[in-house]
Design a protein around this ligand. Structure first.
Ligand SMILES: [Zn+2]
Length: 257
C-alpha cells in the first residue's frame, strides 16, 4: 500500500492518507499531474483523444508522477471492486503494475515520442512495389480496454524517400500501442508512414482479433476484423491496388499467416 510520492506533491505539503489522497479523502484536481498536463493541452488547443500521442506536451519527470497517480486510481478501482488488496497477496502490487503497464508498455504510443526513423533519398529511383509483413500489432479497444491482437501488411510504391524495413514494425508498434478502434489505427499508421517516406503509393491491411468479442460480449472466439487503407497511386490505379493485394495474399499463404 505504499506509493512513492513525487517531489512536487511533497512540495505542495499535502497530507496523504493511505489511499494516496489528500487528508479529506477527495482528490484535489488542481494538484494532480494529469490535470496540469490536461490544462496545458487545452490551453494549446491540442487534441488528446485516446489514440492521440501527447508526448511533446509531457515534461521531463512528469511520466513518473503520472505513474503514481494512475496507480492510486487503479488501487481505488480494485477497492471499488471490493477486492481486499490489504490481505490478498496476489493484488497487493497490482495497482503499480497496471500503472507501469499502461504508461510504459501497452499505451506507450500515447506517452512516448515516435521511435527514431531516418529516411534516405531514393537515389536509385526504386520504383517497384514491395510489401512488408506480417508485422504483429497489439492494441486495446477504446471501448473496453481489452486487447486487439493481429497482423499488419504494408505495401509501398517508393517515392522520393525510403526507410529501412524494420522501421515499419517500429512505427506500427508505436501507433498501435494506444487505445484504438481498428479503423482509426490503420488511418493513423498510414498518415505516419506517408509523413516519414512520402511514398507514391501506400497500402495497409490489418487483420486482428478483438478480445471484446472473444472474452466478453458475444464470446465468438474465431472472428477477426480485416480492414485496409490505400493511398496515392494504389487508390487511383486499380491494377497497382490489385498488385498490392496479390503480393500480400502470396506473402500470407507462403508464411501460413
Ligand atoms: Zn471493446
Amino acid at each position: 500500500m505504499t506509493s512513492i510520492i513525487p517531489a512536487s506533491s511533497k512540495d505542495l505539503g499535502q497530507h496523504r492518507n493511505r489511499n494516496g489522497l489528500p487528508g479529506n479523502g477527495q482528490p484535489k484536481n488542481e494538484n494532480k499531474i494529469s490535470e496540469r498536463i490536461r490544462a496545458r493541452l487545452v490551453a494549446e488547443d491540442v487534441s488528446f483523444l485516446a489514440n492521440d500521442n501527447i508526448a511533446e506536451h509531457i515534461q521531463p519527470g512528469e511520466l513518473k508522477e503520472l505513474e503514481v497517480e494512475v496507480a492510486d486510481r487503479v488501487r481505488e478501482l480494485l477497492q471499488s471492486l471490493v477486492i481486499d488488496i490489504d490481505n490478498d497477496h496476489n493484488t497487493q502490487e497490482t495497482a503499480e503494475r497496471v500503472a507501469r503497464m499502461y504508461l510504459n508498455e501497452v499505451f506507450k504510443g500515447r506517452f512516448y515520442e515516435q521511435p527514431d526513423v531516418t529516411s534516405f533519398p531514393n537515389t536509385k529511383d526504386l520504383d517497384e512495389i514491395y510489401t512488408v509483413g506480417p508485422i504483429t500489432v497489439r492494441s486495446a479497444c477504446s471501448h473496453h480496454l481489452v486487447p486487439i491482437l493481429g497482423n499488419c501488411w504494408i505495401g509501398i510504391k517508393p517515392g522520393s524517400r525510403v526507410i529501412g524495413l524494420s522501421k515499419f514494425a517500429r512505427v506500427a508498434d508505436w501507433v498501435f500501442s494506444r487505445p484504438h478502434i481498428q479503423e482509426e489505427a490503420v488511418m493513423i499508421l498510414a498518415d505516419e508512414i506517408e509523413r516519414l517516406c512520402e511514398p507514391k503509393g501506400l497500402g495497409i491491411i490489418v487483420k486482428a482479433q478483438h478480445y471484446c468479442m472473444k472474452w466478453r460480449g458475444v464470446k465468438e472466439p474465431n472472428t477477426s476484423m480485416v480492414n485496409s487503407v490505400v493511398r496515392g497511386v494504389f487508390r487511383h490505379d486499380p491494377s497497382l491496388k490489385q498488385e498490392f493485394f496479390e503480393l500480400v495474399r502470396q506473402q500470407e499463404s507462403t508464411l501460413g499467416a
